[in-house]
Design a protein around this ligand. Structure first.
Ligand SMILES: [Ca+2]
Ligand SMILES: [Ca+2]
Length: 221
């Protein structure tokens, strides 16, 4: 009994010492600086991704070609709009620890005006040269529908210590192609949810109880 109480106490102490919020590793993932500060842009299309203002009927590069995009978060997001098959990349270096698991997520939106173009566009998430999760595609074949926000979330296990290049790659699949707006790019170390902690505490209790039962049996033998 004493042992079980001690284990529950120890687990509770871990819960109390766990940080309330995971540290954000991405700089300016919400683009609320109004520009791409913190990011590198590698554009081979001739139409580089631009930070646009939400809710504005202004043209590129201030807005989305006259279409008022509703906010993902805040006042600004990033618009990929190239109309060639040459990729555009947005990336920054993030510092990771080998074997640690990270949760990476971002929000994306397909404006209606670019959606009316004859070709689809794709968006893919990379850590280093490794693609994480599935490629996102616009269009009717099960792809992202226009004028709604979606959230993409995936986990990433770091393969080495130090900096890794975290980035999004946009491809227009022809001339002219659909567009993507992205916002809230985030990478945090995955921490157990409160429910997981509760299960771990219960697990400690069960382990303690079975230990006691075994000991009891042994003392009778
Ligand atoms: Ca934003
Ligand atoms: Ca386009």
């Amino acid at each position: 009994m004493t042992k079980a109480i001690f284990m529950i106490g120890a687990a509770s102490a871990l819960v109390l010492s766990a940080p309330a919020m995971a540290t954000e590793l991405v700089a300016n993932g919400s683009f609320e600086t109004g520009n791409t500060s913190g990011w590198k842009v590698t554009s081979t299309s001739g139409t580089a991704p631009q930070v646009i203002a939400y809710g504005q009927a202004s043209g590129y590069p201030t807005g989305a070609f006259g279409e008022a995009v509703p906010a993902g978060t805040g006042n600004f997001g990033l618009l990929f709009s190239s109309d060639t098959a040459n990729p555009d990349r947005l990336w920054q270096m993030v510092n990771v620890v080998k074997d640690m698991i990270y949760t990476i997520s971002f929000d994306y939106y397909v404006p209606l005006n670019g959606y009316s173009n004859p070709y689809d566009a794709t968006l893919a998430l990379f850590a280093g040269n490794t693609q994480l999760g599935s490629t996102i595609q616009t269009g009717s074949a099960g792809g992202a529908a226009p004028q709604q926000w979606y959230t993409f979330t995936t986990n990433y296990t770091a393969t080495s210590n130090g900096n890794v290049k975290l980035g999004l790659q946009f491809n227009g699949l022809g001339s002219t192609a659909a567009d993507f707006v992205v916002d809230n790019i985030s990478m945090t170390q995955a921490v157990p949810e409160p429910a997981t902690w509760a299960m771990m505490i219960a697990g400690f209790g069960i382990a303690g109880a079975s230990l006691r039962r075994r000991k009891t049996v042994l003392s009778f033998a």
